[in-house]
Design a protein around this ligand. Structure first.
Ligand SMILES: [Fe+2]
Length: 450
């Protein structure tokens, strides 16, 4: 400022927009003969100042202004960059935290909207007819987004920032929508909603542009290099997130497919045993269902339930080595024949022992005829020597035998089965397994009455 523009004039004439509080500060310094130091922003000069005011004589004061605009702007920029980095870090965390892409898109938009100056952010994916369909948004312009149509082809509706970003795989920055002709189809509506500037960033999956992140501001010239860099990084992260969610879904689908294959194989094994011992019907399948119900009632962990399922399906597989006439004998077996039947446990174990199960499935099979009091076979194990899963399988096995008709007897009633379990609780069968099974039988009875 020149000397002649200042000397002899009132402060408010030189700086018409000066803050009233600043004038009061000077007044206080002059009237009280004190010194003061403060920062202020001059809207007239568009600069930040550090002001040192002091007075050596009442009613007079001297002011020294130090232009600190550069350091303030650097500090402001640094704070903004730190804030941007925090948002990027949060989005990287969301990739692993969100349960699906829908939640991820929403949370990403919610984070972007926290950036000062952003009034709306949305993610759009292109469809087969080149329409850009919003999949998520955050901010105050949802009505605006619902009211417009955006494409990513060569039509006028594909000439906007989002369409062009997808079509050309490039960042599009419009820092003043009122002078950008490509934005004409949406200009009127966008102005009504207070939009001044827009940017769009392509989202890619496997090297193909599949959509875009579009961000709106109510300030002109809002999208400087710093904000563009951070939004570009976020759009890359959205692509990484999408890949991760698609991969995760593929793994889940493949795992499900594999589980179905295993289930089919297990059912086939079950059928093989049924052919050998026709009167038991699909015994292994039913035992498996009952064992899992008991296991669930006892709140067993998922991996233990899976082991129980495998073992239940395969526990009697060794029966294929026992002559059918012995297995299907109506009358009493000789001790020798009974010993042959008992061997099915070892045979079942031997068939599956080389299969690599992630759980002790072999042991559960080997122990399914063991009893708490040591009266079982093949090893006469007692109490805690027997795996809990084998104890569950043992009860499921005998309950299924009791609820099925046999050539030599009719099926037992639920009361008779409960009585048998209670009688042998802590003798043949584990107490907790019996209690869980009794609860299930009670529920089954109630469901069948009502
Ligand atoms: Fe068995």
């Amino acid at each position: 400022m020149k000397r002649e523009n200042i000397v002899g004039k009132f402060g408010k004439d030189i700086f018409p927009n000066i803050d009233k509080k600043v004038i009061e500060e000077y007044g206080s310094v002059a009237l009280n003969k004190k010194s003061d130091s403060f920062k202020f922003y001059s809207f007239d000069l568009k600069k930040h100042f550090l002001v040192n005011a002091f007075s050596s004589e009442k009613n007079y004061f001297i002011v020294l202004f130090e232009d600190i605009t550069d350091s303030i702007e650097k500090e402001t920029r640094l704070n903004k960059l730190l804030n941007y980095q925090l948002i990027v870090r949060k989005i990287n965390y969301l990739i692993n935290y969100c349960k699906d892409e829908k939640e991820f898109y929403k949370k990403v938009c919610d984070e972007i909207i926290k950036i000062d100056g952003v009034i709306f952010a949305w993610i759009g994916l292109k469809s087969k007819d080149y329409m850009v369909k919003p999949v998520s948004y955050s901010g105050v312009l949802s009505d605006y987004l619902k009211s417009i149509e955006i494409k990513c082809d060569d039509s006028p509706l594909g000439s906007g920032p989002t369409g062009k970003s997808i079509k050309n795989n490039e960042n599009i920055i419009i820092n003043n929508i009122s002078i950008d002709e490509s934005f004409n189809p949406w200009k009127e509506k966008a102005s009504l909603y207070g939009i001044k500037s827009i940017s769009a960033f392509p989202i890619t999956y496997e090297e193909e542009v599949i959509g875009a992140l579009t961000v709106h501001s109510d300030k002109e010239n809002y999208f400087n290099k710093d904000i563009v860099n951070v939004l570009n990084e976020i759009s890359n992260d959205i692509g990484i997130g999408i890949r991760k969610f698609i991969d995760k879904k593929k793994i889940i689908d493949k795992t499900k497919e594999l589980e179905d294959t295993i289930d089919n194989m297990l059912s086939s094994f079950s059928k093989i045993i049924s052919l050998k011992e026709p009167y038991t019907g699909n015994h292994s399948l039913r035992v498996s269902e009952l064992a899992l119900i008991i296991g669930n009632e006892m709140k067993l962990a998922e991996d233990r339930l899976l082991a129980l399922k495998f073992a239940s399906f395969l526990h009697d597989l060794g029966k294929i080595f026992i002559p059918s006439e012995i297995l299907n004998r109506y009358g009493k077996l000789t001790p020798h024949e009974f010993n042959l039947v008992k061997e099915h446990v070892i045979k079942s174990y031997e068939i599956v022992k080389d299969i690599k199960f992630p759980y002790p499935t072999h042991e559960i099979i080997l122990q399914h005829h063991e009893r708490i009091d040591g009266s079982g076979y093949p090893n006469g194990l007692k109490g805690d020597e027997i795996l809990l899963e084998a104890k569950i399988l043992a009860v499921a096995d005998v309950v299924d035998a009791m609820i099925s008709n046999r050539p030599y007897r009719s099926k037992l009633s639920l009361d008779d089965i409960s009585e048998e379990l209670i009688k042998n609780k802590n003798i043949k069968y584990d107490e907790r397994v019996v209690e869980a099974t009794l609860k299930i039988l009670k529920k089954f009875e109630l469901n069948n009455i009502t």
